[in-house]
Design a protein. Structure first.
Length: 229
């Protein structure tokens, strides 16, 4: 664990022997990665935040170095195998089937029993993403992986819907192909008094030729800026 007076690293190991960033972290990573360069990403315009005194940290904090660290999280067997499995299982679904799954997910959110949600949250990929979020110590507030159709494969938290295919996080990554990155607009989170932005990356298939799915990292920009100072 980092000493109380030390700033935690932007990403990386925090506890001896923890699987983070695609490697076994034997000790806490040292130092803070400087994030200052503007990178050629698709970045949505910043919204106005009426009544909020602070302004959002610059999205330039999400640079090539930071993106590379996010990619390391998903360039793992657990992510690849989970995507292969779900793309095979749901590959023949038509739009009507997809909407039916999405509606089932939404209805379960309000129901006392949640078999579909429980099965998703308890799968190995969700366990992995939950661990990554926990070990980020506040840097990530949500992580979820989508398949080739935009359906959730694994996630660290319960999402409002199961199908993301009608949203920019999927539309600007998977159809754009391998290497696509889309950084959405920063949004103010009133409950935590922080700014957040979703960073969305296409995930390559096992051959590296096309996108098998995508991942969304909701990043606490306020915390990222603090660690970058």
């Amino acid at each position: 664990m980092c000493a109380p007076s030390a700033r935690p690293p932007l990403l990386g190991g925090f506890v001896k022997g923890i699987w983070v960033m695609g490697t076994w972290a034997r000790k806490p990573l040292q130092g803070v990665v400087a994030m200052a360069a503007t990178v050629p990403l698709a970045v949505a315009g910043l919204p106005s935040a009426a009544g909020v005194a602070s302004t959002p940290p610059p999205l330039s904090l999400i640079d090539d170095v930071f993106i590379a660290k996010l990619r390391a999280v998903v360039e793992t067997d657990i992510v690849r195998l989970s995507l292969v499995d779900q793309n095979r299982r749901y590959g023949d679904l038509d739009q009507e089937d997809i909407i039916a799954l999405d509606e089932r997910w939404r209805s379960e959110r309000e129901a006392p029993k949640k078999p579909m949600i429980a099965a998703t949250l308890s799968n190995p990929l969700s366990a992995y993403l939950t661990r990554i979020q926990a070990h980020s110590i506040g840097l990530f507030t949500e992580i979820f992986v989508m398949d080739a159709k935009g359906l959730n494969v694994g996630q660290s938290n319960i999402t409002s819907d199961y199908w993301q295919g009608d949203e920019a996080k999927w539309q600007k990554t998977v159809p754009a192909g391998v290497g696509a990155v889309f950084v959405d607009a920063a949004e103010y989170h009133d409950a935590s008094d922080t700014w957040r932005a979703q960073v969305n990356l296409a995930i390559a298939d096992e051959n590296g030729r096309k996108a098998a799915g995508a991942v969304t990292f909701e990043v606490n920009l306020t915390e990222l800026a603090r660690r970058s100072r």
